[in-house]
Design a protein around this ligand. Structure first.
Ligand code: TXD
Length: 321
């Protein structure tokens, strides 16, 4: 039985880490595509030259020829530019929409049966566009944002409590932006509510609320925090790691319950838009969506986030993209 084929469209900061992680975890053979000539060839050659050290037999191929992605099982898309100083969201929307359109047309032609994970920003709009252009079924088109946002949320809680990140489960739903919804009430440390542990740490409920508010705010701004520090681009190690966890769940049919930007069909009161929700990931891609019970405050936050997504998609349509 031949190895699975993973095609990475976009060989930039995230694409390079995706290629290395996919090889290291031996998820399959890797094709790294970029419109920049030679760069993807150089990156895959560099990764492959460490194969003896890490002992992986995955084949890696860099290319600028879409024919090389033929019949890929998994497509992960990072093609598109990160925001530069002075670029408005509309500018980014226009620039990346044109890129995603061309990527989607080529994926439709060369990898019509692939399961696709979109990373490019503005994420919720780019997934929507990719789905529209390819016409692929909803289970085979999804976006990566919630796994990253939830990992940030969980890590910040673990660091505050001084516990292992391995024991913290905290999920973020909604759009990939300022309106994302960290589910504080469900955040826990091996089943113990995180809020209870923070209250016990400070022996003060009010202080605990302030601490958690700071964690929620940091989670929402985490992308911007890294951009500010890097000055030349956005986060790339953590988004790549998040997308690889999703790819692994699909390739190994793990039935993971993960926060996934998935197409809603009435769930959370939303129909026809891509929003971050708890979803089951397995061999068929998005195999189910779980509608978690939200209290009035959480529902209002989720409604607000869904609104932000619908506005973004409306912007994209208004721009004729
Ligand atoms: O978690 C998330 N979803 C986000 C996504 C987290 C961080 C970054 N987020 C977005 O991912 C970011 O705002 C960008 O839109 C994408 C990719 O970020 P990256 O840091 O990898 O950007 P780079 O390094 O600029 O790489 C983009 C590559 C670059 O090599 C271009 O040459 C290539 O995309 N590119 C193309 N590839 C294929 N086809 C076309 N048309 C094309 N145009 C540019």
């Amino acid at each position: 039985m031949s190895r699975k084929k993973i095609a990475l469209i976009g060989g930039g900061q995230i694409g390079g880490v995706l290629a290395q992680l996919a090889a290291l975890r031996q998820l399959g053979d890797v094709v790294l595509f970029d419109i920049v000539q030679d760069m993807p060839v150089g990156k895959t050659l560099d990764i492959a030259e460490a194969s003896r050290i890490d002992g992986f037999d995955s084949h890696l191929k860099g290319t600028s020829d879409y024919k090389d992605i033929e019949n890929a099982d998994i497509i992960i898309v990072t093609a598109g530019l990160p925001r530069k100083p002075g670029m408005s969201r509309d500018d980014l929307l226009t620039t990346n929409a044109a890129i995603i359109k061309s990527v989607a047309e080529n994926v439709k032609q060369y990898a019509p049966n692939a399961i696709c994970i979109i990373i490019s920003n503005p994420l919720d709009a780019m997934v929507t566009l990719f789905k529209k252009v390819t016409g692929f079924p909803a289970n085979r088109v999804m976006g990566q944002s919630g796994v990253l946002d939830s990992s940030r949320f969980s890590s910040f809680i673990a660091w505050e409590l001084g516990v292992s990140v391995k024991d913290v489960n905290a999920m973020v739903l909604g759009g990939h932006g300022d309106t994302m919804v960290p589910l504080v009430r469900y955040a826990n440390v091996n089943g113990i509510p995180a809020m209870e542990m923070i209250e016990k740490k400070y022996n003060d409920a009010t202080k605990a609320k302030e601490v958690m508010t700071k964690i929620v705010d940091r989670t929402k701004q985490a992308g911007g925090e890294v951009v500010k520090l890097l000055k030349t681009g956005s986060a790339f190690y953590s988004p790549a790691t998040a997308a690889i966890q999703m790819a692994e769940a699909i390739l190994n049919d793990e039935k993971r319950l993960l926060p996934v930007c998935a197409l809603l069909n009435g769930e959370y009161g939303c129909n026809g838009y891509y929003v971050g929700v708890p979803a089951i990931l397995g061999a068929n891609g998005v195999e189910g969506i779980f509608e978690v019970t939200l209290n009035n405050e959480e529902k209002a936050l989720m409604d607000n986030s869904v609104k932000a997504v619908t506005n973004l998609v409306a912007d994209m349509e208004r721009l004729g993209l």
